[in-house]
Every structure is written in C-alpha cells, then in structure tokens.
Design a binder for this molecule. Structure first.
Ligand code: OGA
Ligand code: MN
Length: 215
C-alpha cells in the first residue's frame, strides 16, 4: 500500500522528515546542512555588505508597530528582508524556506501562510535575554528559524550560544546550548520554547525568521 506521503502526491524528503520528527519529540531541531554551503557564504557576503552600508537598525522589542529599544534586553542590529525585493541569494534562501513551509502544510497541516525574516548582527559582547518569540509580540508565529552565517573559524569558546530552556519528562527545566556554527539551522516552536542569546567575543551573524499562521 502506498504510504500516506505517496498518496498526497509528492516526494518524501528525508531532511524535512528528520526535522518534523525532532520537533514532535523535542520542540526543536538542529540541522547542519539545511542550506548549501554556497548559499551560506553568499548570504554572509550579502549581510556584511548591507551592514557596512549602514542599512541595519537597532533591534527593538514589542511588535513591529509598537517598538521599544531596550539594549539591556537585546543588543543586536537587524535588517528585515522584503520578499518583494529579493536579490538572487535571498531568493535562494526563500525558495528553500517555501519548500519547507509547503511540506509542513502538506504533511502536518500546519497552516503556514506567512513568513518574515531578518538579518541580525550581534556586535561583540551583545546578547538577547531570555524570552519567548511570541511574548508581547506576535501570536501568529509558529516556528522560529535561525541560520548562522558566522565565519568558518567560529569556536565554542567564542560564545554566542543560543540557549533553549526545555523540560525533561518530569517537568524539570534544563538548558540546551547550541553554538552558532556557520550554516547551522535551528528551528523551534515559537510559542513554547523560551530561549536566550549569550554574548560572544566576536561579531555574531545570522538570519532569523518566523513561519506564521496568519498575517
Ligand atoms: C531572536 C532570537 C536567536 C539566535 O532573534 O528572537 O532569539 O540564536 N535569536 O540568534
Ligand atoms: Mn527569539
């Protein structure tokens, strides 16, 4: 008998299946080869170019209409991507994200309708205190996606780890540290997992965004 995936008339994708399995089990997934290495390099170049040209602004908390800058909570600089004006490398990134959204909608009926992404630069020593991505912000965010664009020589001693606050089977909290290695992509449930970004001893680069259910 044809598997459910075959019946739905599309090809099973082992990487996406891994991601779904991880998220159902743990609420997060870490994938080191989600994007081709070349895409990572091109995104880093694009980010640095735009950062040098001063297109970034201080990240705020609150929603996009009601923003407040609080550097004691977060100290990164961001640049939102406009899906109507993507360059070639950004299109490559969004094509992959769209492929994932379509897959999730077909296999898990997740109902992803929208997405929003920004580049982020954390200057040396900057951080983002523990938070939930939906807190005071946006209850349409379902999955948070962070892809690290750091140089290949990033080492754990440089810090900058993403810390996820999780619960074990007895409901006891524990912390899971994930280092921002180049090309690493972390996807987690926006409404459930509190997390923070630790300071690093060097500039920390990423592209971060959300898959959303409504606008
Ligand atoms: C965020 C965030 C995590 C990271 O931007 O909301 O939590 O590892 N980023 O950069
Ligand atoms: Mn966050």
């Amino acid at each position: 008998m044809a598997s459910l995936v075959e019946q739905l008339d599309f090809e099973e994708n082992p990487l996406f299946e891994q991601l779904i399995e991880d998220i159902l089990k743990d609420g997060y997934s870490i994938l080191d080869n989600f994007f081709p290495q070349e895409t990572i390099l091109d995104l880093r170049t694009d980010l640095l170019h735009k950062y040098e040209e001063d297109h970034f602004k201080k990240a705020a908390i609150g929603n996009r209409i009601n923003e407040v800058i609080k550097t004691e909570i977060r100290g990164d600089f961001i640049l939102w991507m406009d899906e109507a004006k993507l360059n070639t490398v950004q299109s490559g990134f969004f094509n992959r994200i769209n492929e994932l959204s379509t897959y999730l909608n077909k296999t898990c009926f997740l109902g992803i309708l929208k997405k929003e992404f920004h580049y982020a630069v954390y200057p040396e020593g900057k951080f983002y205190k523990r938070h939930l991505d939906t807190f005071q912000n946006d209850d349409c965010r379902r999955l948070s996606v962070v892809c690290y664009l750091n140089e290949d020589d990033w080492l754990p001693e440089h810090g900058g780890e993403l810390v996820l606050y999780l619960q074990d089977e007895n409901g006891k909290e524990y912390a899971k540290s994930i280092y921002p290695m180049p090309g690493r992509t972390v996807i987690f449930e926006s409404q459930k997992i509190e997390h923070e970004v630790k300071p690093a001893t060097r500039q920390r680069l990423s592209i971060t965004g959300w898959l959303k259910t409504r606008s």
